[in-house]
Write a protein that binds this ligand. Structure first.
Ligand SMILES: [Fe+2]
Ligand SMILES: [Fe+2]
Length: 197
């Protein structure tokens, strides 16, 4: 395993979580649906905790959480761009529009977040000693929450878009009702949506 790239993954994971806090804070200003607000408030809290989890991991491994890396800068730039996109939609003031933008921005942010933790899980399988122990604990605590973040928000994005198009939507989305935590579960939930209308 390439230790240097494992460190890079952790720096990017930390930056993704820090950006995630900003993304959810802004997304909550865009949210209008009460169930969605409740959901995102929970995800915001979990994401704040993920920042601490990654920082603790880094401390255990002797890494400085403030170190800058080129990849980390890119992750920060994308996070800031997502916040800016939501601010643009909020400034337009069109009812419901900022909420749709926010669901898409959260899906973008969570796609990276979800992949980081998936990759950390892959590292755990091969790593040894100190690294394996630190990452395993963190992974066990966080990974299932990341599944929820991405699959449920994808459901919200799709259903709120369907509603905005003037069609009947399943709200809260099937992914949330069925407590989906896997890709196959998400596919099944989406397939079942017509029966849930
Ligand atoms: Fe996270
Ligand atoms: Fe997340």
């Amino acid at each position: 395993m390439k230790d240097e790239q494992v460190r890079e993954l952790l720096y990017q994971a930390l930056e993704t979580e820090i950006g995630g806090v900003q993304v959810y804070t802004t997304a909550l200003r865009c949210a209008e649906n009460e169930d969605l607000k409740e959901e995102w408030e929970k995800y915001l809290e979990q994401t704040q905790n993920h920042v601490s989890v990654v920082e603790e991991c880094m401390q255990k491994l002797g890494l400085d959480p403030n170190e800058e890396t080129p990849g980390r800068k890119v992750v920060r730039h994308i996070g800031e761009s997502l916040v800016e996109a939501m601010e643009m939609a909020l400034a337009e003031g069109e009812p419901g529009a900022a909420q749709l933008v926010a669901t898409e921005c959260v899906v973008h942010a969570e796609t990276k977040d979800h992949m980081n933790w998936h990759l950390i899980g892959e590292v755990v399988k091969k790593a040894k000693g100190e690294v394996a122990k630190a990452l395993k604990e963190a992974h066990e605590e966080v990974e299932h929450e990341e599944d929820e973040h991405i699959y449920h928000t994808k459901g919200w994005s799709r259903e709120l878009w369907i509603e905005s198009l003037g069609m009947k939507a399943v709200l809260p989305p099937p992914e949330e009702v069925k407590n989906v935590e896997t890709a196959i579960g998400a596919a099944r939930a989406e397939q079942a949506r017509t029966d849930m209308l």
